[in-house]
Design a protein around this ligand. Structure first.
Ligand code: SF4
Length: 200
């Protein structure tokens, strides 16, 4: 069994916090295990808990649409959440739950090693930039350690407030250029290096 499969299995059987008691399924995440772009949402909702898959409800349909709008599919990226189990009635995650679940997300980030992390909503943004306002930060890429963080509103926000739909679509439209910039950089650097070497 691969290290990644082992992690998935651990998440599926985890009882580290009380969210394990009422869940139907834990939701580890899904997508390419070598993805350059990783999406991190808040936590599973009703449909995700039922199916054991992330973003499969109405917010997930909007996320699929957003991906399609920039020529990507779910298989091209990795999609997961801060919490792997559904909080009752979709309430906000509690700090203790986020702390308990953090090692799983950290391990996923280490194994997948994405170059761009798109944070969906204030809780995943808060993992990287605690205490800052998502309303001010959204749509602006920022460096964090060796990553680029791209903060966005959670797609569910557009379901509650349709005016945010265009805001989210506009932020999403910036992702391809950002990804080209960040993901293309090492190749460009390699080409520049090769060019320099060819001069000797
Ligand atoms: S939310 Fe995370 S820490 Fe809590 S039981 Fe689920 S997997 Fe374990």
């Amino acid at each position: 069994m691969s290290q990644f499969d082992d992690l998935v299995q651990k998440i599926r059987g985890c009882t580290l916090c009380s969210l394990s008691e009422k869940r139907t399924n834990a939701v580890p995440g899904e997508g390419a295990r070598d993805a350059d772009i990783m999406f991190i949402g808040e936590g599973p909702g009703f449909y995700e808990d039922r199916d054991g898959r992330p973003f499969v409800g109405p917010a997930g349909q909007f996320l699929n649409e957003l991906l399609l709008s920039i020529g990507l599919s779910r298989e091209d990226v990795y999609i997961t959440n801060m919490l792997k189990c559904r909080p009752p009635n979709n309430r906000d995650p509690l700090p203790g739950e986020i702390d308990a679940c953090r090692p799983y997300l950290d391990a996923q980030m280490e194994m997948i090693s994405p170059k761009v992390v798109v944070t969906l909503g204030r809780f995943s943004f808060g993992k990287f930039f605690p205490g800052e306002s998502i309303g001010k930060a959204r749509g602006k890429p920022r460096p964090w350690k060796n990553l680029t963080i791209f903060p966005m509103y959670h797609p569910a926000a557009a379901l509650h407030n349709p005016r945010l739909r265009d805001v989210i679509l506009a932020d999403f439209a910036k992702l391809p250029a950002l990804a080209d910039d960040v993901i293309g950089a090492p190749e460009e650097a390699q080409e520049a290096k090769a060019e320099q070497l060819s001069m000797f």
